[in-house]
Design a protein around this ligand. Structure first.
Ligand SMILES: Nc1ncnc2c1ncn2[C@@H]1O[C@H](COP(=O)(O)OP(=O)(O)OP(=O)(O)O)[C@@H](O)[C@H]1O
Length: 288
């Protein structure tokens, strides 16, 4: 689903002496099926922005269009419900929101709330539990008898059960160990690839942004500071530094390598594997 943000502004506590502008004049188009990483220093406005995608926050000015549904400043409350269904948000530590007696009931909660029949909701639970890589036997268990990683998968299944057209991930790997982080990111990436799901990943990890995203949007002081392909963004290290960010370590290494060796090598996927291949090839060429 295409997303179009037009001159979006958000002010907290609008009209009070405590009014605070968190977003200013954001204009951003996200194409259908794009994987976009949203990065920025703490307090730059990332969470405020993503809460507009499913109508948890309303624009103070400007608008956001999700497919055919548009939410404008001053829009009505009933405009929000269609957005809730279109955009599934996986918040930080989503497992904290599990509350039902069984995994199945927890996953069924969202669809039932939207008027889906008991039978249909059960079918959905069985489908999405598989999508997150858990066995059917988990459905009858209490979510609180599962491991932290399994609980997170159940919470993600609950979001997928709503069949969202856009998946919004707010630092979805926070608090996981390195292997758990990779597993969850690969899960999202595969969902994105398989279903051509438009995906927006809020992350502090330049490595994840460079590895998974087609496009990167950088927020700084409530404004959209940079937006483009990873390779374009990483060419602007000075600007990134000014926003309190840096390029991934693979790019830092290659920049140093080029400086020392006088070469002009460049990366396309920014992974350690690609970097190792590139350097080893260049060493072979030089006869080392
Ligand atoms: N409920 C709120 N009331 C008032 N101000 C808020 C509220 N939530 C956020 N802010 C302010 O809005 C600005 C943007 O915050 P936001 O949480 O969107 O940033 P962020 O980039 O998501 O930060 P982080 O990476 O730390 O999660 C900050 O100055 C923050 O203090």
């Amino acid at each position: 689903m295409e997303i179009s943000i037009n001159r979006l502004e958000h002010r907290y506590m609008q009209g009070t002496p405590f009014e605070r502008r968190a977003l200013h004049d954001i204009t951003l188009d996200i194409g259908d099926g794009t994987f976009l990483a949203l990065i920025g220093h703490t307090g730059s406005g990332k969470s405020t922005l993503i809460q507009h995608f499913n109508g948890l926050l309303k624009p103070s000015d400007g608008s956001i269009k999700m497919g055919s549904t548009e939410l404008k400043a001053g829009g009505k409350k009933q405009d929000l419900k269609p957005l809730r269904k279109k955009a599934g948000i996986v918040f930080q530590y989503p497992e904290h929101q599990l509350f039902e007696e069984t995994v199945e009931k927890d996953i069924m909660f969202g669809p039932r709330n939207f008027g889906v029949s008991e039978e249909e909701a059960k079918k959905t639970a069985s489908k999405v539990i598989e999508m997150v890589g858990l066995p059917q036997s988990v459905l009858t268990k209490s979510p609180f008898d599962l491991s932290g990683g399994q609980m997170r998968r159940v919470a993600i299944a609950g979001v997928l059960a709503m069949n969202p057209e856009v998946l919004i991930l707010d630092e979805p790997t926070a608090g996981l160990d390195p292997s758990g982080r990779v597993e969850i990111m690969e899960l999202f990436y595969n969902l994105h690839e398989k279903n051509k799901l438009t995906t927006i990943l809020v992350t502090h990890s330049m490595e994840d942004a460079s590895k998974y995203a087609d496009e990167i949007a950088v927020m700084h002081k409530g404004e959209l500071y940079l937006h483009g392909k990873p390779s374009d963004i990483f060419n602007q290290r000075e600007l990134l530094n000014q926003a309190g960010l840096d390029v991934p370590e693979t790019v830092q290494f290659l920049n140093k390598w080029n400086e020392v060796s006088g070469q002009n090598l460049s990366l396309s996927s920014f992974t350690i594997e690609e970097l190792a291949k590139l350097v080893s090839l260049s060493l072979k060429k030089r006869g080392n």
